[in-house]
Design a protein around this ligand. Structure first.
Ligand code: ACM
Length: 271
């Protein structure tokens, strides 16, 4: 069994030092194998310009990156954290994956930008990574928040071998709560959504982040749930083994039964 922590955490906008310290305190007593933190967890979310984002954006070796790498080594845990990334003069809404014994984080850049993110971030160019960890014997696929609205993402990750999908999030609707259990069922894998709560106000506009972080098992059952408010570490035990057999009765297997030769064709009106 693998011990998984989905962390609900509310950052302060533009205060990476304070956020890193608060995350450190929250994680101090946590002893698990895999830790999933929310989207943009050290910077906050609602940036209005690149000038404002620049001082809090990270490159590997930056302050948040170094902190999480040290924590991954100390806890011998995989840490999956949403961070604002700067690379080649561009900004990305990214997920950094820190692994003990591997000094460089793996980076996933958000493919589907939500709402006003397009004014500060570039669309991601990394594709969808699945990380194989031999020590823990698990494969972890990465998506980021609004990616959930695209069923292709979880399918691509599942076909890539993911047994757990980690989804750092800053969700402002509730619709995902109907959808994520379906993503778990149709791909027969675990889904961990680490969301934030609280609000951010810029000018006249306030965003309310909805909390309710959750973990779903390969049958779509919720095995951990946080409230709509409050920072929390949700701990679950997960077993990747059932995710490796995609059958659900003696005749049907959700991967073997696929008809990919039909999926590329556009639907045509029948005469
Ligand atoms: C979102 O992608 N932050 C909803």
């Amino acid at each position: 069994m693998i011990r998984l922590a989905a962390v609900q955490f509310t950052p302060q906008l533009g205060e990476p030092e304070a956020n890193i310290e608060a995350i450190g305190k929250l994680l101090d007593p946590v002893e698990v194998d895999v830790i999933v933190l929310p989207e943009l967890c050290t910077s906050g979310y609602f940036f209005e310009s690149r000038d404002e984002l620049a001082p809090v954006a990270e490159a590997p070796g930056g302050r948040a990156s170094s902190f999480f790498q040290r924590l991954a080594e100390a806890k011998q845990a995989i840490i999956i954290a949403g961070l604002a990334e700067v690379a080649g003069g561009c900004f990305y809404n990214s997920v950094f994956v820190f692994r003990p014994g591997i000094p460089e984080p793996l980076i996933y850049r958000k493919s589907h930008l939500f709402y006003k993110e397009r004014f500060v971030f570039e669309p991601g160019d990394t594709g969808f990574p699945v990380i194989r960890d031999e020590r823990l014997d698990i494969s972890i696929g990465i998506m980021l928040c609004y990616d959930w609205r695209f069923p292709e993402v979880s399918r691509v990750l599942a076909l890539g071998g993911a047994e757990l999908i980690a989804c750092p999030s800053n969700l402002v609707t509730d619709a995902w709560r109907k959808v994520m259990p379906a993503r778990a069922i149709e791909n027969k894998l675990y889904v961990a959504v680490a969301n934030r709560c609280g609000t951010e106000t810029r000018g006249e506009e306030t965003l309310l982040f909805k909390g309710c972080s959750a973990v779903y098992d390969p049958w779509g059952e919720m095995i951990a749930l946080a409230g709509a408010e409050g920072d929390r570490v949700l701990i679950s035990e997960i077993d990747p083994q059932p995710c490796r057999d995609k059958s659900f009765n003696e005749f049907n297997d959700i991967f073997a039964d696929r008809r990919p030769e039909l999926y590329g064709a556009l639907c045509r009106p029948q005469p």
